[in-house]
Design a binder for this molecule. Sequence first.
Ligand code: FMN
Length: 186
Amino acid sequence: MEVNKAFWLFPPRLVVLVSTTDKLGNYNVAPHSEFINLYGDKHLLISVSKDHDTYANIEETREFVIGIPPISIAKAISIAGKSFPKGVSEFEKASLTPLKADKVKAPLIKECIANFECELEKRIADVGETSLFLGRIVATHYNEKEVTDEISTRMNTKAILSVSKGKIFTTINKETVDTKISPYKV
Ligand SMILES: Cc1cc2nc3c(=O)[nH]c(=O)nc-3n(C[C@H](O)[C@H](O)[C@H](O)COP(=O)(O)O)c2cc1C
């Protein structure tokens, strides 16, 4: 497939982890970079492929958790991006730790700098093979050591930005990690 290099002009996007559960209580976690924090800080928007377990779980439970991972767990991001068969826990495969949330059944991700518990407000639209899910934030958790005053938090964040192919990541300070792990296929 021909690469449209014009897309390389877009800045790296924030990578979040989306954690969900099915109605039997099986946990799921997957990286997502099509993500927007909407004006007002009350809603988060994600785009999810319809053939993903994340999609099925959100449709089933109408809840999800968005975690902001630090670059120190870049490898776990690439591993969680692989498509494991349903029933296989990405939490185990990627050595991530689920923690009980306050208001939703989907788990928090212990290794994340912050976790936002969300209830599904609306499935906004279907766009090709994906759907846009609007989550209403019902609880927030964050690591106070990593979230200090506004300017240093924004400029020194260890939050991961996606650079290339789900395996090269950076931070706003240009700390860069090539996990050498190709996601998407096991
Ligand atoms: C850095 C990165 C960003 C990704 N962003 C998205 C995204 O925004 N939307 C999406 O549907 N899949 C995205 N993916 C792919 C899913 O994470 C991947 O297909 C995963 O296996 C889906 O898992 P699930 O079936 O458990 O939901 C991304 C993968 C990586 C590595």
